[in-house]
Design a protein around this ligand. Structure first.
Ligand code: N7H
Length: 487
């Protein structure tokens, strides 16, 4: 893996600690490409704290002493707050633009990346024929993905801290002169925030998120957690290394890409009303309550407890951090005894991590290689029953995942598993009810209880999750930012 200090800090199982996070999309002016390279090198060399590396992020919680406000409550309390962090990533178009400003442009070997090793990354998400993504009603920021060259992902404890870090980086990179905001009426930004207590950690459908993450031996150092073998993943699947592991053996990526990772970004709108409307019909599908039906669609109860483990309950309180990770993840799907604990084959967490190679034929490379680190954040206000719909009431997930090879990570998971009604093969389980996008609306069905009819998933404007735009990026190592990408 080389020196961990060279890996950008969001690329590991815990990622940036955050309450607020902003994604800023920018274009590099073609005629200023050499200035961009110079500005990038200066920033990473002389202000190294601005783009966070992995060891910094691991310790980047500040313990703040706050004084109690209430009258008569003497003393103070301690709070842990996330410190600001930032990551920089580039699209293939962005790398081409940077290359045109370098003294030795051939060293990036972009043609090899485009034609041999990473064609999906090079052609971009919009032309990815394996995805069933809609092309209309996208966020205006994704109207023309050709002009998206780079992204800053900036996180912190409040929007003020995020804005300050973003502004510092934008200024050093020459916002307005060397780089421009991607047009779309929002200064190139998409803003997310964790939900407020008591919903902190839960996404908009009400489920605890960020529980199951692959752990990298040598990066994640918590021995108790590493003792959960189902979670431990070869880092060479998640990072680009000298010998990134794929089903075709190691892929010979150019040296400058080592210690980097591919970042997949998707703005995914969630229709919370449609989710509640669907689970109101729980009896029809052999479930005991709306919560029970939700758990069958997801594979976990709202608390995060896996539905497949009978002695866990909806109200299972989260234990200490590492204990929780172990308890919530140390399971497989062998217990296919009887409802209500059985996890449907199409449940979101089972589609995205089947955990049992016996669920498929052994020719599917995904069982070993379709792994990703997820690091997104919710956006938009909480849902209120009876609310009047407006553009401001839109909500969802700014989805981010990291992997060493897009074709086997995100792309395989989304297209071969989630959108595929015949995965696992021969079981007629239907599509992933949360993120499945079948090529025809008749296939938007999912089976959750044996002997009952399949759930017909809402499509069109009342779909549970709708794609609103996205792109493929590469997150270079800090070494590459100081060297190959800026010399
Ligand atoms: Fe999913 N959700 O909040 O409802 N996801 N996800 N996801 N997801 C997971 O285990 C959700 C999306 C994965 O190892 C949980 O952390 C929503 C995409 C993977 O057991 C919950 C959206 C992709 C896992 C959600 C969304 C994935 C996972 C359970 C979109 C990849 C781990 C909590 C709006 C193509 C599975 C947890 C495992 C878990 C939700 C998108 C993948 C609650 C709302 C696009 C690999």
């Amino acid at each position: 893996l080389g020196n961990l200090s060279d890996i950008q800090g969001d690329v590991w199982s815990k990622g940036f600690p955050k309450y607020n996070e902003t994604y800023y999309l920018f274009t590099i002016k073609q005629e200023r490409a050499a200035d961009f390279a110079r500005a990038l090198r200066n920033m990473v060399t002389h202000q190294p704290h601005l783009i966070s590396n992995l060891p910094t992020v691991k310790n980047n919680w500040a313990e703040i002493v706050t004084h109690k406000q209430a009258a008569g409550s003497a003393g103070s309390k301690k709070e842990r707050l996330p410190m600001p962090n930032a990551l920089i990533a580039f699209t293939y178009k962005g790398l081409e633009t940077i290359q045109s400003g370098l003294a030795s442009p051939k060293s990036l070997k972009l043609v090899m990346i485009r034609d041999r090793t990473d064609p999906s990354f090079a052609s971009g998400m919009r032309s990815d024929a394996r995805l069933n993504d809609p092309t209309t009603d996208l966020d205006p920021l994704f109207a023309d993905t050709e002009v998206i060259h780079g992204m800053l992902k900036v996180a912190g404890s409040c929007i003020h801290d995020v804005n300050k870090r973003l502004h510092d980086i934008q200024t050093l990179l020459g916002r307005g002169s060397v780089i421009n905001d991607v047009a779309g009426g929002s200064e190139g930004r998409l803003d997310g925030a964790t939900r407020q207590e008591p919903h902190r950690g839960k996404e908009h459908f009400g489920f605890e998120d960020g529980i199951s993450q692959p752990l990298m031996d040598g990066v994640d150092d918590d021995k108790a957690v590493l003792a959960t073998p189902i979670m431990v993943t070869d880092p060479k699947i998640l990072l680009v290394t000298k010998d990134t592991r794929t089903s075709e053996g190691g892929i010979p990526r150019p040296d400058w890409m080592h210690q980097g990772s591919f970042l997949v970004f998707r703005k995914l709108e969630q229709n919370v009303k449609a989710f509640h409307d669907l689970t109101k019909d729980y009896e029809k599908y052999g479930c005991k309550s709306p919560d029970h039906m939700g758990a069958k669609l997801m594979g976990r109860w709202p608390s995060g407890a896996p539905i497949t483990v009978p002695d866990y309950h909806t109200s299972d309180a989260p234990a200490a951090d590492h204990e929780k990770v172990k308890r919530m993840n140390d399971f497989s799907y062998e217990r296919l005894d009887a409802p209500p604990h059985m996890c449907p084959l199409a449940a979101h967490i089972r589609k995205t991590n089947p955990r049992m190679p016996s669920d498929s034929n052994n020719a599917d490379p995904g069982f070993q290689f379709s792994k990703m680190i997820r690091s997104g954040i919710p956006y938009g206000p909480d849902y209120k029953p009876g609310e009047v719909e407006s553009p401001e009431s839109k909500r969802g997930l700014l989805f981010v995942c990291y992997q060493g090879y897009i074709e086997l990570g995100f792309q395989h998971m989304q297209s071969f598993w989630c959108d595929n009604k015949d995965f696992p093969p021969g079981k007629e389980s239907g599509v992933d009810p949360i993120i499945g996008q079948a090529s025809s609306p008749e296939d938007m069905k999912t089976k959750i209880t044996e002997g009952k009819e399949a759930v017909v998933l809402p499509t069109g404007i009342s779909q549970l999750v709708t794609f609103r735009g996205g792109e493929y990026f590469f997150v270079p190592s800090l070494l590459a930012l100081r060297g190959a990408l800026s010399e």
